[in-house]
Design a binder for this molecule. Structure first.
Ligand SMILES: Nc1nc2c(ncn2[C@@H]2O[C@H](COP(=O)(O)OP(=O)(O)OP(=O)(O)O)[C@@H](O)[C@H]2O)c(=O)[nH]1
Ligand SMILES: [Mg+2]
Length: 185
């Protein structure tokens, strides 16, 4: 059984979101300490390159950060038709990681959409953006994310990430937790 709602005392619930194929499932698998729970199904309208499955419910994993904080990690489905899961997973979330795929047509617009969707659950000071596939598509650069998101009122950290590298994913999470430390003094 997995508790989707408010986490136990001493644990922080973190939600990974972003468009299909940004690597939410990959990121959670990369850093979880024990077995993860996944709800993968074959992609109905054909594979996206090497990726043949998509999340149809949610991902779940847990990890202990060096800072001693235990994190319960949840990944949303990327497909729009599973949007109803966003509010279920967002409930009680401490922090949000929005993953971007820089090869998409408007990855900054994608990110804005997710920041807005999760704003009822998570304050902007506990949101971070991880931009992937920058090597495949250097444009838009990270500065463009900061500028456009800042203009739209989102003053959130933007970091390059390769979701396949556990150290990259841990860095994103450490940034979130350090934001909590600032809050609590
Ligand atoms: N070549 C390459 N592959 C990458 C990179 N980043 C992520 N991937 C791959 O992209 C795929 C991401 O798939 P998932 O982790 O299922 O993505 P997801 O966000 O959970 O997707 P949905 O659940 O369908 O929304 C994996 O096969 C990763 O290995 C990258 O920088 N380069
Ligand atoms: Mg997934």
């Amino acid at each position: 059984m997995v508790n989707l709602g408010i986490p136990a005392p001493g644990e922080l619930k973190i939600v990974f979101t972003g468009t299909m194929g940004t690597g939410k499932t990959t990121a959670i698998r990369a850093i979880s300490d024990s077995a993860t729970l996944s709800t993968e199904a074959p992609i109905s309208d054909g594979a996206m390159g090497a990726k043949t499955t998509t999340t149809v419910g949610f991902d779940h994993g847990e990890c202990l950060l060096d800072e001693g904080m235990r994190l319960r990690l949840f990944g949303t489905p990327g497909q729009e038709r599973f949007r109803f899961m966003w509010d279920i997973l967002g409930a009680g979330a401490f922090g949000l990681v929005v993953l971007a795929d820089n090869t998409r047509a408007d990855p900054i617009g994608d990110v804005e959409q997710y920041l807005r969707a999760f704003a009822p659950h998570v304050p902007p000071r506990r949101m971070v953006v991880g931009v992937g596939r920058l090597a495949d598509s250097p444009s838009p650069p990270l500065d463009a994310y900061c500028e456009r998101l800042g203009q739209a009122g989102w003053d959130v950290p933007v970091i390059e990430v390769d979701v396949r590298r556990p150290q990259d994913v841990r860095l994103l999470l450490s940034v979130l937790v350090s934001m909590a430390e600032v809050e609590h003094g």
